[in-house]
Write a protein that binds this ligand. Structure first.
Ligand SMILES: *Cc1c(COP(=O)(O)O)cnc(C)c1O
Ligand code: SF4
Length: 415
């Protein structure tokens, strides 16, 4: 974003030297970059939030600069595009999975890249370990994609909610965001428009009062409210340390101006996977005028195994929070099912095989009785079952089921 972002190993190396990081750790960090599915990009703001005196334990460092030795082999059922977003596209960069809500991907880039990104198959430049699949062509202008979105909404009047995500909306010129919001405000059938961004962490100065982005958001929020419609923001904070005084100032300014901010958190092993850490995060969010919305079970995405927790970790943390805050301030713990089953509460599974660490979820609204499977990380299972998993290609093999309904996890691979 800003000119001083770190985007290559030379710059990072200089930065690590300035922080007096020893050569062994430096080699670990640079080795981690070679394995990362996400490109190296860090804002000065994020760099300043990392405690370089204790980087092994630092929850922000772990998200952006995993060490080479932290990586684990992917679960055999993990995929590059675990959520089957490519299959769910109605047109380029437009994912219409639920009847009345629509996800529109505004950008392929973010001001910084999170190593656990669910959309790592698509977001950011190619890396050593991953060639990206573009959901939409970079040759097509943003405006012409917005025209397509408008047409789509005109032909799908039951869609009442649009989520603008990516990538990060802060990667788009604010003037284009302004035009897009103008267009969307004119669509009669829409009730809610959501802007998803992690830039309240990456570079909160972009959201402070008197910045172009702030003014645009306030203007459209007020215009939409007069029409009984809502513009809101979806932030992404995973740990209390991410909410700097500047993040708080920007969020509170938006809140004072009547903009609702709902936060999404990804549950990350060894980063925020403790009851107390989630409590502290929720408290800091509330103090910043942000509503906790979702805590996501980490998706089964290739090359992110060390970030995943077991599903029972999510359930146990969720239980520990019940009653600790007013009910309307509690986040919902969600698993977004592999193969496009959509979001379900972590409690809603219809099937559990403890031995193999497999949970089956139905998604009645989307697909009746069909089961979608989420698998715990192998390290939570017995050594003997871990060994068995090596030879299992699809889940139907374990249960001797007809494969047509159950081998979905094996057929989606990004070409
Ligand atoms: C998450 C998501 C949405 C929004 O879901 P909510 O539960 O309403 O926040 C919409 N479309 C797709 C494809 C999604 O993955
Ligand atoms: S901000 Fe969101 S889209 Fe961008 S890298 Fe992080 S998780 Fe992925």
């Amino acid at each position: 974003m800003t000119n001083s972002s770190i985007t290559n190993i030379e710059q990072l190396s200089d930065y690590l030297n300035s922080q007096k990081i020893d050569s062994e750790l430096k080699a670990e960090i640079i080795g981690g970059i070679q394995r990362n599915s996400m490109a190296l990009r860090l804002t000065q703001h994020v760099l300043k939030l990392i405690n370089w005196r204790n980087i092994l334990e630092d929850p922000i460092r772990k998200q952006f600069l995993p060490l080479h030795s932290e990586y684990l082999e992917s679960h055999p059922q993990s995929r590059k595009d675990s959520l089957w977003e490519r299959e769910s596209q109605s047109q380029d960069g437009l994912i219409h999975r639920y009847p009345n809500k629509l996800l529109f991907l505004v950008s392929n880039s973010c001001p910084a890249y999170c190593s656990f990104c669910t959309r790592s198959y698509s977001v950011g430049p190619n890396t050593h370990s991953l060639k990206k699949y573009r959901l939409f062509s970079s040759n097509k202008s943003f405006q012409s994609r917005c025209d397509d979105l408008r047409k789509y909404l005109r032909n799908n009047i039951h869609v009442t909610d649009v989520l603008l995500s990516g990538g990060d909306i802060a990667s788009i010129d604010p003037r284009f965001i302004d035009e897009l919001l103008n267009d969307l405000s004119a669509v009669q059938s829409l009730r809610t428009i959501r802007l998803a961004t992690r830039t309240l962490l990456f570079d909160p100065s972009l959201f402070l009062p008197d910045t172009p982005l702030f003014k645009i958001i306030i203007k459209h929020s007020q215009k939409l409210k007069k029409k009984n419609k809502e513009l809101s923001i979806q932030s992404h904070f995973n740990h209390a340390n991410e909410i700097s005084p500047e993040s708080k100032e920007a969020s509170l300014a938006l809140w004072h101006s009547g903009v609702i901010i709902r936060n999404q958190t990804v549950l990350l092993d060894g980063i925020n996977s403790k009851d107390d850490l989630q409590k502290e995060l929720i408290q800091n969010l509330l103090d910043s005028g942000i509503q906790p919305y979702y805590v996501y079970q980490m998706d089964m995405v290739d090359n992110t195994e060390h970030f995943r927790t077991s599903l029972s970790t999510a359930i146990s943390i969720s239980k520990s929070l019940t009653g600790a805050f007013p009910g309307f301030q509690l986040p919902r713990f969600i698993v977004d099912l592999p193969c496009g089953g959509g979001k379900r509460s972590v409690y809603e599974y219809d099937f559990h095989d403890k031995k193999y660490g497999i949970y089956g979820f139905k998604s009645p609204l989307l697909s009746g009785d069909k089961l979608y499977y989420y698998c715990d990380p192998l390290r939570y299972l017995s050594p003997c079952i871990q060994e068995k998993w090596k030879y299992i290609r699809c889940i139907s093999e374990i249960y001797d089921l007809p494969s047509d309904n159950h081998d979905d996890m094996t057929i989606s691979e990004v070409s």
